[in-house]
Design a protein around this ligand. Structure first.
Ligand SMILES: Nc1ncnc2c1ncn2[C@@H]1O[C@H](COP(=O)(O)OP(=O)(O)OP(=O)(O)O)[C@@H](O)[C@H]1O
Ligand SMILES: [Mg+2]
Length: 268
């Protein structure tokens, strides 16, 4: 949780640096002039109205945006000081270092254990012992172990949606990511499952930077340290403001942010 005395200010070093990022689809600009410094081992929130480009921005951070050939990206994103668009960057390795969790859990129609190990097996060979150890560690990290330890061979699709979301988290954690991108990870979940994911976000942040897109101001208040607010100007997503969470949501800047978005809250 944010330390109220420091208002989320941080002297942590920057792990992701977004510089002059712009995204377009043919002649249509979707995002323009995005500059962000995302501090290491904190929870960095992104809020803004629907269509402002939050998901598109998130997908730029691990180059998932490459999969959509209709999109053109300019500007740069540096991970640990190195451009993720450099020609020698291996995209699979990048996406292991910068994992992603979506709104709807993306579950493969295989067993729970195979789901956890899916990405790790793609990147390296694992013997049976190493595979079992890694699956247990990742499931424990995602607070799912106790619920599934007796049925690791069962189909993952039989889990509840909340459990499936934690399974996706375990799959990302099995790769030891430095950054985890989360695109409205609780919007399909009930209150209890949302609470479980929020607890995990807070618990994981000291070892893994989290970038969280959320529509839920209360969630942003509960778990984020810093916030970026995107807005739409002339139909193009721009950065309206970025700063410590409580400063954006509770301070004088809140009214300014709301006004620049055309009234209402950042998340309308
Ligand atoms: N491949 C694409 N081609 C054309 N337009 C696109 C493409 N992908 C996204 N867009 C458009 O870009 C804009 C931003 O989309 P994006 O999904 O990033 O918004 P968002 O802020 O995540 O919205 P929401 O809060 O509803 O999830 C939208 O107008 C969307 O229609
Ligand atoms: Mg979105």
């Amino acid at each position: 949780m944010v330390d109220a005395t420091t208002c989320g200010t941080t002297d942590a070093r920057t792990i992701l640096h977004v510089r002059g990022l712009a995204v377009s689809a043919g002649p249509r600009a979707l995002l323009r002039d995005i500059d962000l410094a995302i501090p290491e081992r904190r929870v960095f929130g992104i809020i803004g109205p629907s269509g402002a480009g939050k998901s598109t921005l998130l997908r730029c951070l691990n180059r998932l945006v490459d999969l959509d050939e209709s999109l053109h990206v300019s500007g740069d994103v540096e991970l640990d000081g190195r451009s993720i668009f450099a020609p020698d960057v291996d995209v699979d390795t990048l996406r292991a270092r910068v994992g992603i969790l979506f709104q709807q859990p993306a579950i493969f129609p295989v067993s729970i254990e195979k789901n956890v190990l899916f990405g790790a097996r793609h990147l390296r060979r694992l013997d049976r012992r190493a595979a079992a150890d890694l699956a247990e560690r990742a499931l424990r990290d995602a607070a799912l172990w106790d619920e599934v330890k007796d049925r690791l061979d069962a189909p993952a699709v039989k889990l509840s949606v909340g459990q499936q979301q934690r399974l996706c988290l375990a799959r990302a954690l099995a790769l030891d990511p430095e950054v985890l991108l989360m695109d409205e990870p609780t919007s399909a979940l009930d209150v209890q499952s949302t609470d479980a994911i929020e607890r995990l976000i807070v618990r994981l942040a000291p070892r893994c930077t989290i970038v969280l897109v959320t529509h839920d101001i209360d969630q942003a208040r509960r778990v984020t340290d810093r916030l970026a607010c995107l807005g739409l100007r002339d139909g193009v997503g721009r950065l309206v403001q970025c700063g410590p969470c409580c400063e954006l949501l509770d301070g004088r800047t809140n009214a300014e942010v709301a006004e620049r978005l055309g009234g209402g809250s950042c998340c309308d």
